[in-house]
Design a protein around this ligand. Structure first.
Ligand code: AMP
Length: 270
């Protein structure tokens, strides 16, 4: 596993590689990241994992400051897998030129996390654009845990580079909590509450699988969750997976949730 710390070294090491799989991360590596890495290793000749906490995608300074980081632990985990390259750039490596065109989201995409975290996806698209432009991979692997991000990046990268972004299933712990770097910020008691919430939602989906008024039921469910678990739910909506339009049945749809547990913001979809 070669560790690459700047652009010059990156270009030197990867410019001859045709079939390169790319797994972008912000570190605090967990089994969710590993599942993407395994998929890349299986379907590409070489695999590159990046670790870069992208300041542009944080709409709150404190959230950026508090984001979990532990490079030495990440590297010791990553060493156990057959990864060819780990790219750990500095901010100056990524933001080393001025864009000629500012990235803006379409009006219809300004929903869910885009509505509540102003500038977040513009920051995600910008870093994915810059990383893709540097690496020019054959395929990019991303998690459906961040489903809205996956769809937006897939569309942008396909359009600009004709590179495929492959969506991988959400990995959960034994209590059904979706793995996330932010879980490292939770206390044991809070992780337990997170598991109660997601189990509650899986039961909701099962109970109302034939219903045709899901979104009105979710409005009540939002109040119930806030009351029962003493949390702040930012959104709880059922949307079609292709059009992202709100829908009142479970045909080709997902429930999307974002909530604050203490001060930690968690998202999931099911
Ligand atoms: P992050 O380090 O949080 O930016 O995540 C890097 C990549 O890992 C993104 O494509 C995420 O969607 C993906 N990812 C994060 N958590 C999970 C999970 N529990 N299951 C599958 N993929 C995940």
């Amino acid at each position: 596993m070669k560790i690459i710390l700047n652009n010059k070294d990156l270009i030197k090491k990867i410019n001859q590689i045709k079939d390169l799989g790319f797994v972008p991360t912000m570190g605090a590596i967990h089994e969710g990241h590993i599942s993407l890495i395994k998929k890349s290793i299986k379907s590409c000749n070489k695999t590159l994992v990046s670790i870069f906490i992208n300041p542009k995608q944080f709409n709150k300074k404190n959230d950026y400051k508090k984001y979990p980081k532990n490079i030495s632990q990440d590297l010791s985990i990553l060493k156990r897998f057959n990864i060819d390259f780990v790219f750990i750039p500095k901010k100056r490596d990524i933001y080393n030129y001025k864009r000629s065109k500012i990235i803006r989201l379409n009006k219809k995409d300004q929903i869910l996390c885009a509505k509540h975290r102003k500038g977040h996806f513009e920051g995600v698209l910008e870093v994915m654009d810059r990383l893709t432009n540097l690496i020019i991979p054959k395929k990019i692997f991303m998690g459906k845990k961040d489903f809205q991000q996956f769809i937006l990046v897939k569309k942008y990268i396909k359009n600009k580079y004709n590179i495929n972004v492959i969506g991988c299933p959400t990995i959960r712990d034994k209590n059904k909590v979706a793995l996330s770097s932010r879980n490292f910020l939770l206390k044991k008691k809070e992780l337990f509450i997170a598991s109660q919430i997601i189990k509650d939602l899986f039961n909701f989906k099962k109970k109302f699988k034939k219903s045709k008024k899901i979104n009105s039921l979710l409005k009540l469910k939002k109040i119930d969750l806030e009351d029962r678990y003493k949390i702040k739910v930012e959104y709880l909506e059922n949307r079609e997976i292709n059009s992202f339009k709100k829908t009142n049945n479970f045909n080709q749809s997902k429930i999307f949730i974002a909530y604050y547990l203490n001060k930690v913001r968690l998202i999931d979809n099911l």
